[in-house]
Design a protein around this ligand. Structure first.
Ligand code: UDX
Length: 457
């Protein structure tokens, strides 16, 4: 099939490479010319296992091309996916300007039947707006024969760090198609595109467009809810002297609950959960509803880093003046270089505000510019003298009054505990991801605090 994907960001690149790998001819349109040039040289701007190899192989096979020319992309495609950014606007709503810009360009260049499927996470009702924007541009061209088109929704559920795998082995493929004959054609084209995943087991879930748009938010919001619920329980476990990790195992064994996404810690970060949870709350208010549970999910999550930093401060009697704190892990989760909404950022700010010098280590983040690219330069300048980046975890621990763990990278999971003890000035560990057993750590001579391990008091 001839497929065009607009946007060479995270979702766009993974989808482009994977659809090409399945044997389709894929054009990936990206407005950033420098990025397109890099991609042609095989330089992949995001960290995603398996992606560089897929891109290189399919470029070489001639099944994948990158361009800045959207008109070319529209002419090429039977099926065009929109995978551009939908950043969060000031008020928590999703900023749709890039999506609608693509829609208008489609309308300007469309010459035969096309299915436009939206992969960007967009509020319910966006497909309708995309449809209107295309129709408006088409009408302005005053064509003798106006080409038909359909706007479908095809939300993605890719996890960073496992996106290629998730794309190639989806739990389900959700598509939302409009009513009528154009919708029927859209459904059959999308079914064809995803046919390789349905050989042994039907994974297509076909529904109306609005339901598909809402499905994406409902999935992410429910996962975020599990996390905040566990963090709420962790606070109670601390107050009562119970251990959230034991509780986790106890409830996860119930298949209705499951073991996934019930880890207490510093809360969720990343480019999806915080943005999507805010956006669905905004959508609900705009529709005259309030998602009371989800608003609480948001509030619990927002408070998690501060709550944890508070615990560090309490240990040192309320001030970190003259203290050095080691910090392991800066990305929002392991296996990615993504620092968007990473809890570590709030932790760094809180530690420095309390007077600490921070010695940080992360396998992929090595500077404040990398950690806080989107924050005002003044903020970084203020933090600069107080944050030092170290080449390895033990170097970060050297001479520190305590160690704080913010991301559960594999290399932090089995440290040389005697060496860690020797490196630290005092054997104090605040573990924001519950990597260790408190008793093991006590035996190894550490003062150890996790999240919800019954140690608040
Ligand atoms: C998520 C969804 O999983 C994916 O389906 C969607 O398309 C995009 O958003 P991603 O942002 O890559 O993917 O991260 P994910 O692996 O889901 O983790 C989200 C955050 O939750 C991380 O910060 C992680 O540390 C945190 N988390 C996860 C917990 O705190 N506890 C858990 O039990 C699970």
């Amino acid at each position: 099939m001839k497929i065009t994907i607009v946007g060479a960001g995270y979702v766009g690149l993974v989808s482009s490479a994977c659809f090409a790998e399945l044997g389709n001819h894929v054009v990936c349109v990206e407005r950033d010319g420098a990025r397109v040039a890099q991609l042609h040289e095989g330089i992949v701007p995001i960290h995603e296992p398996g992606l560089p190899e897929l891109i290189a192989r399919n470029l070489a096979a001639g099944r994948l091309a990158f361009t800045t020319d959207l008109a070319q992309g529209v002419r090429h495609a039977q099926l065009l996916f929109i995978a551009v950014g939908t950043p969060m606007a000031q008020d928590g709503s999703a900023d749709l300007s890039q999506v609608l810009e693509v829609a208008r360009a489609v309308g300007r260049h469309l010459s035969r039947f096309l299915v436009v499927a939206n992969k960007s996470t967009v509020p319910v009702g966006t497909a309708q707006q995309v449809h209107s924007a295309i129709a408006h541009e088409l009408a302005a061209r005053r064509l003798a024969r106006v080409p038909a088109f359909a706007v479908a929704s095809n939300p993605e559920f890719l996890k960073e760090g496992a996106a290629v795998e998730d794309f190639m082995r989806p739990d389900r493929v959700v598509i939302g198609v409009p009513p009528g004959s154009a919708g029927t054609r859209a459904e059959s084209l999308l079914r064809r595109a995803y046919a390789p995943f349905n050989r042994n087991h039907e994974r297509m879930v076909v529904m109306d467009v609005k339901s598909a748009e809402l499905t994406k938010y409902a999935a992410n919001t429910l996962l975020a809810t599990k996390i905040s619920f566990m963090n709420d329980m962790a606070a109670l476990a601390d107050a009562l002297g119970a251990d959230i990790e034991q509780v986790r195992r106890g409830i996860g064994s119930d298949r209705r609950i499951g073991y996934d996404f019930i880890y207490a810690g510093l809360g969720y970060g990343g480019s999806c959960f915080p943005k999507d949870v805010a956006a669905i709350c905004h959508t609900a208010r705009a529709a005259g509803e309030r998602l009371r549970v989800v608003e609480a999910v948001q509030a619990v999550n927002a408070g998690q880093p501060a709550r944890f930093a508070e615990r560090v401060l309490r240990h040192f009697g309320g001030s970190l003046e003259g203290r050095t704190i080691a910090l392991w892990g800066l990305t929002f989760k392991p296996g990615t270089d993504d620092v968007r909404e990473a809890p570590s950022r709030a932790i760094v700010r809180a530690l420095v505000a309390a007077g600490a010098q921070v010695q940080a280590h992360d396998p992929l983040v090595h500077s404040l510019d990398q950690l806080m690219p989107d924050e005002p330069a003044a903020q970084r300048v203020r933090l600069e003298p107080h944050v030092r980046f170290c080449a390895d975890p033990l170097a970060a621990a050297r001479g520190a009054d305590a160690l704080v763990i913010a991301t559960e990278w594999k290399i932090y999971r089995s440290p040389d505990l005697p060496a860690l003890r020797r490196a630290l000035r005092a054997p104090v560990v605040f573990d924001g991801r519950n990597l260790f057993d408190p008793q093991d750590m006590a035996r190894a001579g550490f003062i150890y605090q996790g999240v919800g391990r019954g140690q608040e008091r």
